[in-house]
Design a protein around this ligand. Structure first.
Ligand code: PMP
Length: 306
């Protein structure tokens, strides 16, 4: 079992030693808000960079506000705890970080305090450019949660039950992953990742009001694509636009850029990861790892070899 060091309630301890009351609102009802952050190891520089940490911390605060789970710590404090959590493990490799503010103690689903924080990190390599994966997707018969029920804009643990229903159904039906439609029948996102399509050389992605998380990777890719001279449009997307697209991909901190090669059996392009998709994946990894020095404001040094 992997038993890395983690930070929880002010202490660095082994993951196996971290405890939460089984009757806590977090354990019983998923009352937590969290962030999944990637850190990229730059071998030449011997440095590990968290990608877009400021935006992740801002979103953690946004989720905490919406869930009325007041954070006992400022973003600056959380950043320093995160560095401690990572440095305790002396990682010299790509790393994934999970930071979670949770309803601790023994309350029920509507309890707001006490709120605690944990920050865990684990080695997780980036997508290998010589082994880019490809996924067969379906349109899920499960509807995406919406802003008047369980707001997708907040990154809340319990929201992921929606993704779980859809993902397990997709796998049961022989697909790799689901794509959600929202209440309005328009394309929303994947289970845990946002979506782009490419048609006639232009990128299209659903609006942030289309029942999606305000994805940091989505924002990154819009910026990188525009810089590369591509047209990117944020607008409502019909399901049949996915069937007719030249390329479709999902994106997220965990997913990075994940090519989808068919939707409901409609094969996209030549059935292989598309050129635009792969080029964006390369550009994304280059900037995230610091191989491309642009956008230094997106990289936070969290540990180094020396
Ligand atoms: N949508 C959902 C539901 C997610 O969980 C994630 C992953 N955090 C994303 C989209 C992508 O968001 P980001 O690019 O900020 O990781």
């Amino acid at each position: 079992m992997i038993d890395n060091f983690m930070w929880i309630r002010g202490e660095i301890i082994r993951q196996s030693q971290a405890t939460v009351n089984v009757l806590s609102p977090m354990a019983q009802f998923g009352v937590n808000v969290f962030e999944g952050i990637r850190c990229y190891w730059n071998e030449d520089k011997g440095e590990l960079y968290a990608f877009r940490l400021r935006e992740h911390l801002d979103r953690l605060m946004l989720s905490s506000r919406l869930m009325r789970l007041p954070s006992p710590y400022t973003p600056v404090q959380i950043e320093s705890f995160m560095k401690l959590a990572i440095q305790a493990n002396e990682f010299q490799t790509d790393t994934a970080v999970r930071m979670t503010l949770f309803a601790d103690g023994q309350g029920t689903w509507n309890t707001c305090e006490p709120v605690s924080l944990f920050i865990a990190s684990m080695a997780k390599s980036r997508t290998k450019l010589d082994e880019v994966p490809s996924y067969k997707a379906c349109i899920s018969s499960w509807e995406r949660i919406n802003d008047n029920a369980l707001p997708p804009r907040a990154k809340v643990g319990a929201n992921y039950i929606n993704g779980r229903y859809a993902h397990l159904q997709a796998r049961y039906d022989g697909y790799d992953l689901p794509i959600f439609l929202g209440r309005d029948g328009k394309v929303a996102e994947g289970a845990g990742a946002c979506l782009f399509l490419v048609r006639n050389g232009q990128l299209v992605t659903p609006l942030v009001t289309s029942s999606v998380l305000e994805s940091i990777t989505r924002d990154t890719l819009i910026a990188l694509a525009r810089k590369a001279g591509m047209t990117v449009t944020e607008r409502p997307v019909d399901r049949t636009e996915l069937y007719l697209a030249d390329e479709v991909f999902l994106c997220g901190s965990a997913a990075e850029v994940s090519p989808i090669v068919s939707v409901d059996g409609f094969v996209l392009g030549n059935g292989l990861p598309g050129t635009v998709t792969v080029n964006l994946l390369k550009a994304y990894l280059a900037v995230a790892s610091g191989d491309n020095p642009d956008h230094s404001e997106w990289r936070t040094l969290v540990s180094s070899r020396t």
